[in-house]
Design a protein around this ligand. Sequence first.
Ligand code: IPE
Ligand code: IPE
Ligand code: MG
Length: 257
Amino acid sequence: MNSGKTKESVPVGKRLPKHIAIIMDGNGRWAKKRGLPRYAGHPAGVEAVRRVVEVCVELQIPTLTLFAFSSENWRRPQKEVNLIMDLFVRSLKKEVRRLNRNQVKLRIIGDRSAFSKRLQKQIEEAEHQTETNKGLLLQVAANYGGRWDITQAAKCVAERVQSGELTLDMIDEEAISQHLSFAGVPEPDLFIRTGGEQRISNFLLWQCAYTELYFTDLLWPDFNRQAMEAALLDFTHRQRRFGRTGEQVQDQTAEAS
Ligand code: IPE
Ligand code: IPE
Ligand code: MG
């Protein structure tokens, strides 16, 4: 653990995560603390997204996945849901130019069929306008749920069995993961949740099997460069064993260097 007494800087290169997933939580509480209605926290949350994307671009992190709206968030008051949807449309329109300037490729993951036609069109346009960018892959999870993801992958596999393309024996972890939302992209190395809760809230259930978890009490709109650097630094101190022993991992690291 970092004692906080010595100021360590974030190391660059291979010790940094290649994929970071974030549950951006605490917008409502941030607004209420300021005497504002809770939905006023969401535009402030967009500012934090910009800051975090900037840090990832600078540090050349290949992939960032942000949880923007869960499949359970439809249960919120209609007014808040409408405002979030409006903000989503406006942000997609507004941010494309900045994303292109930073070579960021945008991808929206989740069940978009529940969105308005207007929002679906906006999503397609933003993805299309950034698709040739070669820098950071920014995945925004909207109407996303980990259980939905696994269920839709299971359906795809079942269809392939039904059509005779696959036999039961051919169903392995690889066959399922091929049909998950971001097949082909390495699984997250680091998972960050702001807002103080220590739960996964139906985010990336399959993909986070071996992800390092990091929780902070900071509310999402307050999450800044310094907070991101603290999370990255913490990550660099973790030993990822993937079922092996600590000694095996140490030997492997020594051989590689
Ligand atoms: C996260 O912040 C944003 C969304 C879920 C859309 P919240 O709105 O959940 O904020 P809190 O947790 O109520 O403070
Ligand atoms: C998780 O936050 C979803 C997003 C940040 C989009 P919630 O605020 O919806 O999670 P719970 O309900 O507290 O678990
Ligand atoms: Mg919340």
